[in-house]
Write a protein that binds this ligand. Sequence first.
Ligand SMILES: Cc1cc2nc3c(=O)[nH]c(=O)nc-3n(C[C@H](O)[C@H](O)[C@H](O)COP(=O)(O)O)c2cc1C
Length: 159
Amino acid sequence: MKYLIIYYSNHNNNTEKLAEVFAKTIPCELIKINKENMLPIDLGDYDLIGFGSGVYQENLSEKMFKLVDGLDLKGKNVFVFSTSGVGMKFYNKALINKLETKGAIIRGSFACKGAYRAEDFTDIKVFHLMSKLADGHPNDKDLLMAGRFIIDLVNSFEK
Ligand SMILES: Cc1cc2nc3c(=O)[nH]c(=O)nc-3n(C[C@H](O)[C@H](O)[C@H](O)COP(=O)(O)O)c2cc1C
């Protein structure tokens, strides 16, 4: 089985930490989307492809959506993962919908909290308060959960 993870992580490398856990656990190839350039990616014979991103203003990176636009995903097995201040899976939904419209088969969704510096992007107090709840994430428990998620996913998928 061949696995590929494509991810975007530019604030605090939080999402990258999840990608690295996945890559150590299954193992798989990693592609980090750069800020500047997005290479065309040949999905070739990958059996499972993960798409991950931090959440920036209520959504996964627009670069991820643009990249997905250009991919041939018909019949491809995929999963989505994210890190965000609140750590909820609902942020994955828009990308999941997009992947579905491209003909991909959704195999899983994972999310956890990711620490952020509110002062980098907002004066809104609630973001500053909420940032305390995300401090230190992804932590050891988050990374353990990520490892379990990918093992369960691959096991269910390979049966
Ligand atoms: C510009 C910006 C906007 C953000 N907007 C949100 C948001 O709308 N909701 C949320 O829960 N977290 C938000 N966050 C927190 C990030 O999603 C979180 O820190 C994430 O782990 C960053 O991922 P990265 O380190 O992989 O880039 C935001 C962070 C930044 C820098």
